[in-house]
Design a protein around this ligand. Structure first.
Ligand SMILES: Cc1cc2nc3c(=O)[nH]c(=O)nc-3n(C[C@H](O)[C@H](O)[C@H](O)COP(=O)(O)OP(=O)(O)OC[C@H]3O[C@@H](n4cnc5c(N)ncnc54)[C@H](O)[C@@H]3O)c2cc1C
Length: 381
C-alpha cells in the first residue's frame, strides 16, 4: 500500500483529519479537487467552540494574524419586524473560507501529510481486507483506509451510488462578499418567506452575505442574485440598500441536502458533511465537521495500529457519531422548517424574546461543547 490513509476532500473535516493523523505519524495523502486558495459557498461564521479546535490543530495564531473578525452577539429578525438579540456564550469568528481552508491545507502539509490540490477523485474501490484504490484525474493511489470528506454533495456520491444522491433537494444557496455595510461584532439572521439570510463581517472588513432558500423563491430575482423574497424582511431590506456585491466573490449552489447520509459506504468512512450536514441556521456546520474528524482520528489510529478490529472500528464510529449528532441534525431541520415560514418564524422569535431561556436552550442544543483540550487560549477581542 502507498499510504496508510487517503483523505478525499480538503475542507474542514478532511484537513483536520489529515493534520491529526500525520501528527500521529501516519502516512497520509490528502486530495482536493480545487486549486487553493479558493472562495467557497458558506456563511463564514465560526461558532464559539471552534477556537479550541483551532488551538488543537495549531492554526489559532494564524487565524489571529489574518484578523478573523470577533463576533459576540446574534440578531434574529422576521418579515413582520420581530427581532431577538442575544449574547453568544463566548467569542465566535468571521473568517473567509478562502483564508481558512488554505490555512488548514498548509498546516496539514507542514505536519507531514502529502497534500495534493487540483486532484479530482473519480472513484474509490476496495475494502479493509484487500485495501483501497482511489482513482483520480492524476493517477491511482492505494491505501489501507479511506476517509471520505468530500462535503455535502459531489459527483463522487453518484459514482458511489449513495442513496441520497439519487434524490433531488429543493434547497438553493448563494453567498457573496459585500462592501458598504459594517456589522461589528454581530451575526445577523434574517428570515424571509421560503428561506433566511445570514450577514456577518469577515477578516477583510467586508460583510459576507449568504442566503439559503427553497428553489421556488428563484422565480423572482434581481440581477444581484437576490430573490424578491429577501426584500419582504424590513431589516434585511434596509441592510441590502447599503450593500454592494463584490462581483469577484459570489457563488450559487443547488441540491443542498440535510439528510443523514450514512457513516460508511462499504468500508469507506464518512466524515464532515459527507455523513450529514446540519442546517445553516445553526451556524455550526464547520464546528461539526471538525468534531467528526476529532472523533474518527483516534479510532482510525487504533485500527491502523491493530488494536481495534475493523467491525469494532465501524461500530464505535457509527455509535459515537449517532449519539453526538443525530438529534442535533433533527433539531436543526425543525428550526430550519420553522424559520422559513413567516408566521411560525414570527411566533418563534417572539417566544424567544419573551422567554430568552428557550432561545438559549435551542442554541445550546444544536451545537457541541468546546473540545477537551489542555490549552487556555482566549481569542483577543
Ligand atoms: C448556505 C450555507 C451556509 C453555511 N454557513 C455556515 C456558517 O456560517 N457556519 C458554519 O459553521 N457552517 C456553515 N455551513 C456549513 C459548512 O459550510 C459545512 O458544514 C462545512 O463546510 C463542512 O465541512 P466539510 O469539510 O465536511 O466539507 P467542505 O468544507 O465542503 O469540504 C469538502 C471538500 O471536498 C472537495 N471535494 C469534493 N468532491 C471531491 C472530489 N471528487 N475529489 C476531491 N475533492 C473533492 C471540495 O472541493 C471541498 O473542498 C453552511 C452551509 C451552507 C450550505
Amino acid at each position: 500500500m502507498n499510504y496508510d490513509v487517503i483523505i478525499v476532500g480538503a475542507g474542514l473535516a478532511g484537513c483536520s483529519a489529515a493534520i491529526q493523523l500525520a501528527d500521529r505519524g501516519w502516512n497520509v495523502l490528502l486530495l482536493e479537487q480545487q486549486k487553493y486558495p479558493v472562495h467557497k459557498l458558506c456563511g463564514e461564521f465560526l461558532s464559539v467552540e471552534v477556537i479550541e479546535n483551532f488551538a488543537n490543530l495549531g492554526i489559532l495564531d494564524t487565524v489571529q494574524k489574518v484578523g478573523a473578525h470577533p463576533i459576540q452577539n446574534a440578531l434574529l429578525t422576521t418579515t413582520t419586524g420581530e427581532t431577538f438579540e442575544h449574547q453568544l456564550p463566548g467569542v465566535a469568528l468571521g473568517l473567509s473560507r478562502y483564508q481558512l481552508d488554505l490555512m488548514l491545507f498548509e498546516r496539514a502539509e507542514s505536519v507531514g501529510a502529502i497534500c495534493q490540490d487540483g486532484t479530482v477523485v473519480r472513484d474509490i474501490s476496495g475494502d479493509f481486507k484487500t485495501g483501497f484504490k482511489v482513482s483520480t484525474n492524476s493517477g491511482e493511489f492505494t491505501s489501507r483506509m479511506v476517509l471520505a470528506a468530500h462535503g455535502k454533495r459531489s459527483p463522487l456520491d453518484t459514482q458511489l451510488d449513495r442513496p441520497f444522491a439519487r434524490r433531488k433537494s429543493p434547497w438553493v444557496a448563494f453567498k457573496a462578499h459585500c462592501d458598504g455595510l459594517r456589522l461589528p461584532g454581530m451575526i445577523e439572521l434574517h428570515a424571509f418567506p421560503g428561506g433566511y439570510c445570514g450577514l456577518s463581517m469577515i477578516e477583510t472588513g467586508q460583510v459576507n452575505l449568504c442566503w439559503i432558500g427553497h428553489e421556488t423563491i428563484l422565480n423572482g430575482s434581481d440581477d444581484r442574485n437576490l430573490p424578491n423574497a429577501l426584500y419582504d424582511n424590513p431589516v434585511l431590506r434596509d441592510r441590502l440598500a447599503h450593500m454592494t456585491i463584490n462581483p469577484a466573490v459570489k457563488h450559487r449552489l443547488s441540491q443542498i441536502s440535510f439528510e443523514l447520509k450514512g457513516n460508511f459506504d462499504g468500508d469507506i468512512c464518512m466524515i464532515g458533511d459527507t455523513a450529514g450536514m446540519i442546517t445553516p441556521l445553526c451556524g455550526d456546520g464547520m464546528a461539526m465537521a471538525l468534531r467528526t474528524a476529532e472523533i474518527a482520528v483516534p479510532m482510525v489510529s487504533d485500527y491502523l495500529q491493530g488494536t481495534l478490529s475493523a467491525p469494532r472500528f465501524k461500530a464505535n464510529y457509527r455509535d459515537t457519531w449517532q449519539r453526538e449528532f443525530k438529534l442535533r441534525l433533527q433539531l436543526g431541520r425543525l428550526m430550519h422548517s420553522a424559520f422559513i415560514q413567516p408566521q411560525v418564524a414570527q411566533v418563534s422569535v417572539s417566544i424567544c424574546r419573551s422567554f430568552p431561556a428557550i432561545g438559549h436552550w435551542l442554541i445550546q442544543n444544536t451545537r457541541g461543547s468546546a473540545s477537551p483540550v489542555q490549552s487556555n487560549h482566549a481569542f483577543s477581542v
